[in-house]
Design a binder for this molecule. Sequence first.
Ligand SMILES: [Zn+2]
Length: 179
Amino acid sequence: MPWLPLLLLLLPKLVLPNLLMTPSKPAAAGVVTKEVRVVPVLMAAGLKVQAARLAQAVPALRAAYSQALARWVGDPGLRLLALPIITECYRSPERQDELYKQGRSKPGPIVTYKRGGESNHNRLPAPALDVAFLLPDGEVSWSGLLLSRFARLMKAADARVHWGGDWPGFKDRPHFEVV
Ligand SMILES: [Zn+2]
């Protein structure tokens, strides 16, 4: 399976804190302060979860995600901004039904129009996965700008990849699938 060696190859890049020390002006008291920029990273437990989620995807989607992630992490600008993470790949029909209730019989915005068993997330291996971003401060972001940048890399990796942000009507920007 080509995606696993690729993921392992990326591990040092993702794990090492990689601090960029930028000296700034000396403070009034003569103390030199330094500005520290930290690349968003996942610790070992987080990487394990990511590998497990990726393993649930169909091979074509796994390969496309691995390639897009490698391109993202290899880009000096993008890697400082955020780190792509898979928030969900396979989703049980029971959980799908719970999500369907959101915005209908339960509070919150509507996040899906599919009931349990109807979503591509409900198959195993799954032809769909959802992406978000880990920011340098540890927060998780669903920025449309970041997702559209990542979508370009996903579609470049494999033309069979469909991005939920391209759908007419309901835009599901975190969503990627291979059909
Ligand atoms: Zn999705």
